[in-house]
Design a binder for this molecule. Structure first.
Ligand code: HMG
Length: 384
């Protein structure tokens, strides 16, 4: 029974700051950000876009009335939760008018949890023919002004509709997950910003990838050449590239290395211009790949999901014939290209207003045709 991604979409806030400008303001060589880290632009979210509104904005255009009747579960994957109790998916379910007899939950394990949500959805669907599951990955990555992690911030949401007979990517039964307790990056509930050991986090990412890839290739018998391309969790584009190169070693022919590295660059084109969106990063990369690479039906994509703390997972999907017709290519390109550039001073103002939850609708609600929903107020802890 084929189960997988039937529809997908994303939402990125309407504002960004360029890495050239940020590097200049922080008195850093711009090549450190552009080449060393591999980022060009960084999405900046206004106070009026929280994980709920971004999640709704990501999902609203892909759901038909029939989908809303068929969806039996809505899972929000996030590490930017806004409530210890109420799941963000409850509000999203309501705003999207999904039929009431559905389960709504929120899942957490750093950037990894959207993958857990997808695997849960796959298991659920294998016992529930005809049903659908909506998975939304929505996050805001903030490390603080002038912090080491500042150039790796970002914000955005990805929506994935999982079903039987999917139109885009069929999920194969080959996933291998790996858990390793490490304090590389975490977000204590008492703290405004993450606690991060940058160097350890890079090592932990690579260690996780190598360990899970070795186990995955042992169990499946696959080598890199069995895949048309790989997709990684992308905290910054250099990170996936560094990890990937560890397995594109001397045992792999140059022509295969070049083919896979070219496809990797296609997979991170949009992450380079958005930054880290945590739970959604791997799936934004998948959309970038699907849209910028030409696949033949049944070709396989290998996906590496990683969440600090740490959980890594590798699984694969097979391309479905006609997948490209299921992508709203023009919308995706326009959304990325029509964003408004902020100066570093404006970005800092946005950043500080976010910390203080001070709305400035006049400045924030510019022409953003992709945001039909935004956060209007928080009164008595109730979000409107
Ligand atoms: P840093 O100390 O500012 O930078 O931290 P660096 O000294 O590590 O330099 C970065 C790279 O730029 C280095 O390359 C330099 O050589 C190079 P590398 O040695 O790594 O190959 N460089 C230059 N290149 C060209 N021209 C120059 C130049 N100067 C230096 N002039 C760091 C960088 C990413 C650690 C920091 O931004 C950070 O802490 N970010 C947040 C943590 C993070 O993203 N970690 C990634 C792995 S963990 C993960 O993916 C999980 C995560 O998404 C969270 C979750 O799961 O929830 C973060």
């Amino acid at each position: 029974m084929a189960i997988g991604i039937d529809k997908l979409d994303f939402y990125i806030p309407n504002f960004y700051v360029s890495m050239d400008d940020l590097a200049k303001a922080r008195e850093v060589d711009p090549n450190k950000f552009k080449i060393g880290i591999g980022q060009t632009k960084m999405a900046v979210n206004p106070v009026s876009q929280d994980i709920i509104s971004m999640g709704i904005n990501a999902a609203q255009d892909i759901l038909s009335e029939q989908d809303k009747k068929d969806i039996n579960m809505v899972i929000v994957a996030t590490e930017s939760g806004i409530d210890h109790s109420k799941a963000a998916s409850v509000e999203i379910h309501n705003q999207l008018n999904i039929q009431p007899f559905a389960r709504c939950i929120e899942m957490k394990e750093a950037c990894y949890s959207a993958t857990a949500a997808i695997q849960l959805a796959k298991d659920f669907l294998s016992n529930n023919p005809g049903k659908k599951v909506l998975v939304i990955a929505s996050d805001i990555a903030r490390y603080g002004l002038n912090s080491g992690g500042e150039p790796t911030q970002g914000a955005g949401a990805v929506a994935l509709l999982l079903s039987h007979n999917p139109r885009i990517l069929e999920l194969n039964d080959d996933s291998v997950a790996y858990t390793n307790n490490v304090y590389d990056f975490w977000r204590p509930t008492s703290e405004k910003y993450p606690v991060v050991d940058g160097a350890l986090s890079k090592d932990a990412y690579i260690e996780s990838f190598n360990t899970v890839w070795n186990e995955y290739s042992k169990r499946t018998g696959y080598t890199v050449n069995d895949f048309e391309s790989f997709c990684f969790h992308v905290p910054f584009t250099k990170m996936g590239e560094k990890a990937f190169k560890t397995i594109l070693n001397e045992n792999v022919e140059d022509s295969i290395k070049n083919r896979l590295m070219d496809a990797y660059q296609e997979s991170v084109l949009w992450n380079r211009d958005v930054g880290n969106i945590y739970t959604g990063s791997l799936y934004l990369s998948l959309i970038s790949l699907l849209q910028n690479h030409t696949f033949q039906p049944e070709e396989k994509v290998c996906l590496f999901s990683y969440g600090s703390g740490a959980v890594g997972e590798i699984f694969s999907g097979s391309i479905v014939k006609g997948y490209d017709k299921a992508l709203d290519k023009e919308k995706h390109l326009n959304m990325l290209e029509s964003r408004e550039q902020l100066s570093v001073e404006e970005y800092e103002t946005f950043f500080n207003r976010f910390d203080n939850q001070e709305f400035d609708f006049e400045r924030e609600l510019t022409q953003d045709p992709y945001s039909k929903v935004y956060l209007y107020s928080i009164e008595d802890h109730i979000r409107t």
